[in-house]
Write a protein that binds this ligand. Sequence first.
Ligand code: GAL
Length: 361
Amino acid sequence: MRSTNCRKTFRLIAVLAAFITVAFLIAGCNSGPGKTESSSVNGQKPGPVRIGFLLETLKEERWLRDRDLFVEKAKELGATVEIQVAEGNDAVQLQQAENLLTKGIDVLVVVPHDGQVAASIVDKATQANVPVIAYDRLILNSDVALYVSFDNVRVGEMQARYLLERAPKGNYLLICGSPTDNNAKLLYQGQMNVLKPAVDRGDIKIVAEQWAANWQASEAMKHTENALTQNNDNIVAVVASADSVSRGVIQALDSRGLAGKVLVSGQDADIVASQYVAQGKQTMTVYKPIKPLATAAAEAAVKLARGEKIDTGRTVNNGKIDVPSILLDPIIVDKNNLEDTIIKDGYQKRDEVFKTAAAGS
Ligand code: GAL
């Protein structure tokens, strides 16, 4: 009799303990926004990792891939992602960061519109104890936790070297990217590493260097038209920093019957540029497989959210600190290896790439 009572009391205590544990966990999950002490268990918030992802734009094809592949990987890792797109506006991007921080995200991934201005996003996040990953573009003068990108100086070198080997003499036009994007400066640096000795030797002349606001094709077209007019169409190569601007360059060349005669570089292997390469209107592009980039960033985001360290073995100085960095390798694409690169990888479809090739060649 006594032992039956004992067992009953023991069971009651066990049920009560289980109830209290469940209630405690639910309270933890439902606690309000922000990273508060009361919402953490052993320094970690219960529930899935919450990632905030700030994009600058979704207008270029590549950023749609970045978004989709990042979300896919994050989901696979059990994390949730909230995305906001600033459409090239710094004030909007800061507001979106504040909004996500208020909602209690654990980690923030940012493609900054302006690498300088975005430092204030990192400051806000740091105050809220939320680590920031600079995605594809570095955020300068800030305590950013990680930088994940491609080697942009190498991309610039690849573009310039490819054109210089095929046009070792003559007038060159440089169509650079957005002046607010640190990548645009790194690309330019890489291009000049290669072109400067040829300029100094007197082999080539850079007739103009133009920066396209927000990487816009319309800007690139305008600058190319002006340069062609000023030089009586005497330009042998246009070093265009990305496909978003090479599109505008080729439109300007096309309207003068010069497409395919003037060498043009690019970057991103987007579908229009890939078609131009197939048609011979764009000489080369630089393919940056987005999957490894998005995957590395999503994995790092989850680790940082859990307070784990990321060991990259490489750093890039951002003016304030040496930022742990993951820099992936870019790949040259021209008419000869379209099949073995972007098509083989499934990055672009063969039918799409060659769709207009016959008409354009
Ligand atoms: C750069 C990026 C390029 C290109 C460009 C325009 O920062 O590295 O791949 O997409 O922006 O969006």
